[in-house]
Write a protein that binds this ligand. Structure first.
Ligand code: SAM
Length: 272
């Protein structure tokens, strides 16, 4: 029988004062092991996706949408001074804490909190050198509100590195994971039947933004764009035979279908 593993004590909370919720006390060792595997897997892409947009070395880092804490461990490996991860979901601490300890970051200054970026902006003005976000902005419903909330969190010289992957009109944009563009050519009731476990995320957690929508949001909030990259959809060659079925359901721009991710480094005038 699997025994619940008690949550390990959290690492140094030196500069962080928001309340954390510990929800790991009922996790089994198998649960923790599988979350640790997930974190290890997700970290693999970060050097390619995030590092060119923002280097954590020597910085106080805020991770927006930290999930299980992948970017926290990555930032520690990359020499950050401290890291706070925030997420709207209730973060689970034990898997990350074990990995941090195993990799020699047991005393590293980090924390993970269930927290809204708007509230954090009130409590932590000018606290961060770098805000990183990976795989989150394609879920955010209020792009401009979030970008505006990030602004006062940065110190002079501060930067924001954002990588958003699986944009809605790309082949994997439905986050369903079966075949290319199924979210555009299948009827919603078919999606609900075939992906019951993904239905909630599909219907309510994807913002359907295009690369142009994202750039427009940056423009609307007056962000300075230091880098802006798009990645072409690797499945584009499979699109042509699907166009008739997609167009029978909706009008789509082939341009939007051709972009799977956006990455950017931004700041605001006062951070220069
Ligand atoms: C696909 S997960 C990515 C998590 C992690 N960055 C990773 O790469 O594994 C998206 C995360 O963004 C969080 N999220 C979505 N909107 C958010 C918001 N407005 N503020 C904070 N977190 C948000 C979700 O709760 C979820 O944990």
């Amino acid at each position: 029988m699997k025994r619940p593993t008690p949550a390990p004590a959290q690492s140094c909370l030196c500069i962080f004062s928001t309340t954390s919720h510990e929800s790991t006390s009922l996790m089994t060792t198998d649960d923790i092991a599988s979350k640790k595997d997930y974190i290890r897997q997700r970290i693999k892409g970060l050097d390619k996706a995030l590092l060119p947009l923002g280097d954590p070395a020597g910085k106080d880092v805020l991770v927006f949408g930290c999930g299980q804490g992948n970017e926290i461990l990555w930032s520690a490996r990359r020499g950050a001074r401290s890291v706070l991860g925030i997420d709207l979901g209730n973060p689970i601490h034990a898997p990350l804490a074990e990995l941090m300890a195993e990799e020699g970051f047991g005393d590293f200054c980090y924390a993970m909190h269930e927290c809204n970026v708007h509230d954090l902006a009130l409590d932590h003005p000018g606290r961060y050198d770098l805000i990183v976000s990976n795989g989150v902005f394609e879920h955010v419903s209020d792009l401009k509100g979030v970008l505006n909330a990030m602004r006062p969190l940065l110190r002079p010289g501060g930067r924001i590195a954002i990588y958003a992957d699986g944009l809605w009109f790309s082949a994997i944009g439905g986050h369903l994971g079966k075949t290319n563009w199924e979210h555009l050519w299948m009827a919603p009731h078919e999606i609900k039947e075939q992906f019951p476990e993904r239905w909630h995320a599909y219907i309510s957690n994807l913002n359907r933004m295009t690369a142009v929508d994202f750039l427009q949001a940056l423009r609307d909030v007056g962000a300075l764009v230091l880098q802006f990259n798009v990645r072409s959809d690797p499945y584009l060659r499979n699109a042509a035979p699907l166009m008739e079925a997609i167009r029978a359901r909706q009008q789509v721009s082939p341009t939007d279908m051709s972009i799977t991710s956006v990455g950017c480094e931004i700041c605001f005038l006062e951070h220069l």
